[in-house]
Design a protein around this ligand. Sequence first.
Ligand SMILES: *[C@@H]1O[C@H](CO)[C@@H](O)[C@H](O)[C@H]1NC(C)=O
Ligand SMILES: *[C@@H]1O[C@H](CO)[C@@H](O)[C@H](O)[C@H]1NC(C)=O
Length: 306
Amino acid sequence: MAMATAKLALLVALLAATSYGALSSPELRGLWTRAERAVEAAAELFVEEDLGAPVIHALRPLVGSADPDPLPLGVPWDSWRLAVETGNIIDWKTVPAHCEQAIVKYLLGDQYGQDSKVVVDEAVLYSSSFKLRGNDADKEKLVWLFDIDETVLSSLPYYAKHGFGYKHIIICSYIYVYITKPLNFTSLKEYVLQGISPALPETLRLYSALRSSGIKIVFLSSRKEQLRNITEANLRLRGFSDWFKLLLKPDDCEGTAIVYKSGERKKLQDAGYVIVGSIGDQWSDLIGQAEGKRVFKLPNPMYYTP
Ligand SMILES: *[C@@H]1O[C@H](CO)[C@@H](O)[C@H](O)[C@H]1NC(C)=O
Ligand SMILES: *[C@@H]1O[C@H](CO)[C@@H](O)[C@H](O)[C@H]1NC(C)=O
């Protein structure tokens, strides 16, 4: 098969296999274009006339155009995702190899946005009932906590470029091998430093609802203090225009998120603030000490933070 025909087949397969729904922000929808380019790059890399390897495998780590779950190995994607989101599977390093195409469909298709919408609908409903209680002086003390990465700002463009699940496939003649590729924190930080991470649109909706209700906004992130300026700029760029506090980890703090965030919440409580709710993509954003009245867990099947 000629290279051009092969590429055309790849793109047709991509378009047929996946949905254009995505999240409702233009930045995230723009990822499709990048995914298509990545497919072409993969095709260049893997489709060699003399290799004879099935074209479809080059796509698997990027867009998943093959039949669902061709390898009957391991926990099915839906079961794995449920166990991850409920915190039953912890300390995982990578997405299971056989779930790769499922995670891409999940994140770039409709489901990720829909799952986030359900969480935010509940949070908005809850916050609107909460603000009716208490007198004005009490209301001055109400705060809502937001984590930042994968809660407010998305690293999806980074993962789209670097491969979901941090996997590579090596095709050697007819043999292909799955290997894990650990998350490269250096290149992820380079992405964060660009300060262009898109907003997660559902969380932006919660932020707007809370601002109009008068509940104070606190961002509590494991990003280090050295990223303060770029973080502020990125938040403003994406419509998170102001806040009561932006709490970042001291540069020399190496503690886990759960310990650091618990300590910061405790300080807020000790200062007389009432944590009405908090929202994050990791359980370590939400549990520990001083959890507040309710927590809302957004989906994140990309990585685990202790
Ligand atoms: C991680 O990313 C950095 C910056 O892009 C790069 O220089 C380095 O080689 C990468 N490390 C690995 C193990 O791929
Ligand atoms: C952050 O911005 C302030 C001015 O707004 C500047 O004084 C400070 O040096 C900046 N910090 C870093 C780490 O760039």
